[in-house]
Design a protein around this ligand. Structure first.
Ligand SMILES: NC(=O)c1ccc[n+]([C@@H]2O[C@H](COP(=O)([O-])OP(=O)(O)OC[C@H]3O[C@@H](n4cnc5c(N)ncnc54)[C@H](O)[C@@H]3O)[C@@H](O)[C@H]2O)c1
Length: 240
């Protein structure tokens, strides 16, 4: 069965690959992003996901244009400052938490609130974007990694609260995936060589590989809720 899916951050990287995969499967898609999506066959709500009123208005507009939204992927995000905790600026940390945690919460609750209104919750689902940096301690990740750990926690909380409505909520925890966000870090001098060496599969992930797992969790994994799946080439499985 096909339906209408909103993809936040769907104009770039992992989100854009999710949009491609959903379109291949015949779904109607609306992108919510600060930027314009490259595809012309999808809807676009140009918004900041931290703006609750904009999110609510965009959901109404998306529903009018392409029908009720019953699935959501929250793939918006910003990169961390990548500096030691002692050098973090409070305003940057707050923005990091706002975009990743509050933005994910606002998009997900807007969807569920509307489906409750319509009494049409059964079979709906959400996939959020956490990160391998959400597991254990990482240097230079006290802004981004902490925000991603909060997204993982939020995913579990929403999954438990909404399971009775028949709404599944899951997360993926990507390892390094070659998107504009990571390319930006590389351009700033970040060396991915050690990452490839430490990764058992020995390379970075391609966005389409990440999208495959996200769409599986979103549409096919009907008895899976409250999990955070590392899609990391074995990174989190390494013991030493
Ligand atoms: N690429 C990786 O290696 C990696 C690893 C772990 C987690 N992630 C997560 O995956 C998600 C996608 O990352 P990506 O690498 O595709 O990044 P990307 O930079 O290629 O795409 C992110 C998109 O989010 C949009 N965006 C940013 N802030 C927004 C806001 N406030 N409101 C609406 N849209 C906003 C941007 O405009 C952009 O189109 C992010 O949540 C990121 O943290 C990525």
């Amino acid at each position: 069965m096909t339906g209408h899916v909103v993809v936040t951050g769907g104009a770039s990287g992992i989100g854009a690959a999710v949009v491609d995969r959903l379109c291949e499967r015949g779904h109607a898609v609306t992108v919510w992003d600060l930027a314009q999506p490259a595809r012309e066959d999808v809807g676009h709500g140009e918004l900041d996901v931290t703006d609750a009123d904009a999110v609510a208005a965009a959901l109404r507009e998306a529903e009018q244009e392409r029908g009720v939204v019953r699935h959501l992927v929250t793939s918006h995000g910003i990169r961390g400052a990548f500096v030691p905790a002692l050098e973090l600026e409070p305003a940057g940390v707050l923005r990091m938490l706002d975009v990743h945690v509050v933005g994910t919460l606002l998009a997900a609750t807007a969807l569920t609130r509307r489906l409750v209104e319509l009494d049409d919750t059964r079979g709906a689902s959400v996939v959020t974007l956490s990160s391998t940096t959400a597991y254990r301690g990482w240097v230079n990740q006290s802004d981004y990694g902490v925000a991603k750990a909060a997204v993982r926690q939020l995913t579990e909380n929403l999954a438990i609260e909404w399971a009775g409505l028949g709404i599944r909520v899951n997360a993926v925890a990507p390892g390094h995936t070659l998107t504009p966000m990571v390319q930006d870090m590389i351009d700033d001098g970040y060396d991915v060589g050690p990452v490839e060496t430490r990764t058992p599969l020995g390379r970075l992930c391609a966005p389409r590989e990440m999208a495959a797992e996200i769409v599986h969790l979103l549409l096919d994994a009907s008895f899976t809720t409250g999990v955070c799946v590392p899609v990391d080439g074995g990174w989190t499985a390494v013991g030493k």
